[in-house]
Write a protein that binds this ligand. Structure first.
Ligand SMILES: Cc1ncc(COP(=O)(O)O)c(C=O)c1O
Length: 384
């Protein structure tokens, strides 16, 4: 199979990820932070090493400000629901995933928070002036995606962070499509909270994710339970990361996530970005050359985190995705990608789009095969 669904979850993972997950499970996977014996201490050390490697990757200075979650969705819920109170105003964008939209809309219904959705240009890229204009006295949070999971458009998140910082507003970055795909530095980008999965471009296993919370941002935890610390206290500890990490951690997954980051570092994120950008451009330009298709993404590295979004003229995206899978063995994702507002913004609510999401293990030969398949499909539809 030619796997081009890396925006959903990356496949394959680096060998080192498989090896470290297996080694953890076979050699030392006791409960981290829950025992004084050798294996528990080894597990605790492995979790800490992964925490430090991941933090260093995003320039998070204090690794204790990173809490592990099971995916980006959980991290976004903890951030949004842990921060907002009745009467708060939130600025967000129409390119958000349901993992941002649904918690916000739920709080709008349940708490009466106020929401402003900023509409972007034809690709969904927001204008910073519109964000600036939307700021109100009670704006507590700006929540934005680093890049869209529908068409890969990269948001001007550093500029958004600058506005948030200048106005004393908390800035939450949904880095589900950004982490491991584009350069993110929580200091330079003025990020107060960042939610990200381990299983996409960070190349870790499913069931992994994390939330970074800046020291001065006070959250209320969504869940209480055992943390392996302060056991005499019947209330949840208020220190990070324990406050947000109740229950046994996914130690093998976290170890795998750390190994994924190690793999990216060994090649260099810049090199991976350039390689993927070359494949994106090849696919994008090839589609333009064949004709009979519409593109919804840009073809350059500064505006695309690794996605080619397209439709064959007059055909529903699910039909094309089905044929690509069944006839050509090419894995894509069609439909609305859990981001209906983004599709409304791009004008693709009725058809959805076919999403090719490229990973660092895809090859030039695979893109050639995809282009040949698309050429045949377009020819067939034109002859029908
Ligand atoms: C932009 C964006 N946000 C959030 C998520 C949710 O990520 P997860 O599946 O890790 O919860 C996704 C998943 O595709 C996404 O693309």
């Amino acid at each position: 199979m030619i796997y081009l669904d890396n925006a959903a979850t990356s496949f394959p993972k680096p060998d080192k990820v498989y090896e470290e997950v297996l080694r953890c499970m076979k050699e030392y996977c006791a409960n981290p932070g829950r025992g004084g014996h050798y294996m528990s201490i080894e597990s605790g050390k492995a979790v800490m090493e992964a925490r430090e490697a991941i933090c260093s990757f995003f320039n998070i200075r204090n690794p204790m400000q990173l809490s592990f979650t099971k995916n980006a969705t959980e991290a976004l819920n903890v951030a949004i629901k842990g921060l907002l109170k009745a009467g708060d105003h939130v600025i967000t964008t129409t390119m958000e995933h349901n993992s941002v939209v649904r918690p916000l809309k739920t709080l709008e219904k349940e708490l009466g928070i106020e929401l402003t959705f900023i509409q972007g240009n034809e690709y969904g890229e927001v204008d910073i002036a519109d964000i600036q204009r939307a700021v109100k006295e009670n704006t507590r949070l700006i929540a934005a995606t680093a890049s869209s999971n529908v068409n890969g458009i990269i948001m001007p998140f550093r500029k958004i962070g600058e506005i948030a910082k200048a106005k004393g507003i908390v800035f939450l970055l949904d880095a589900a499509q950004g982490a491991g795909a584009i350069t993110i530095d929580v200091e330079e980008d003025h990020i107060d909270m960042m939610a990200f999965p381990g299983h996409k471009s960070l190349l870790g296993p499913q069931g992994t994710g994390a939330l970074y919370v800046r020291e001065n941002v006070i959250l209320k935890e969504l869940m209480q339970g055992g943390t392996g610390s302060n056991s005499e206290n019947v209330f949840q500890p208020e220190i990070m990361p324990d406050m947000l990490e109740s229950g046994t951690l996914n130690t093998p997954g976290i170890v795998g996530m750390g190994a994924g980051v190690g793999f990216i570092n060994s090649f260099g994120l810049e090199n991976i970005k350039l390689y993927k950008a070359m494949l994106v451009k090849k696919l994008h330009d090839g589609i333009t050359e064949i004709g009979g298709m519409k593109l919804y993404s840009k073809n350059d590295i500064n505006h695309n985190s690794g996605i080619v979004a397209m439709n064959v003229d007059g055909i529903d995206s699910t039909e094309i995705s089905y044929v690509l899978d069944k006839v050509y063995g090419i894995a894509t994702r069609a439909g609305l990608h859990c981001a209906p507002m983004a599709h409304a913004a791009l004008g693709t609510m009725k058809t959805g789009v076919v999403r090719f999401s490229i990973g660092c293990f895809n090859t030039v030969q695979e893109i050639d095969l995809v282009l040949n398949a698309l050429k045949e499909i377009v020819l067939k539809t034109q002859n029908n």
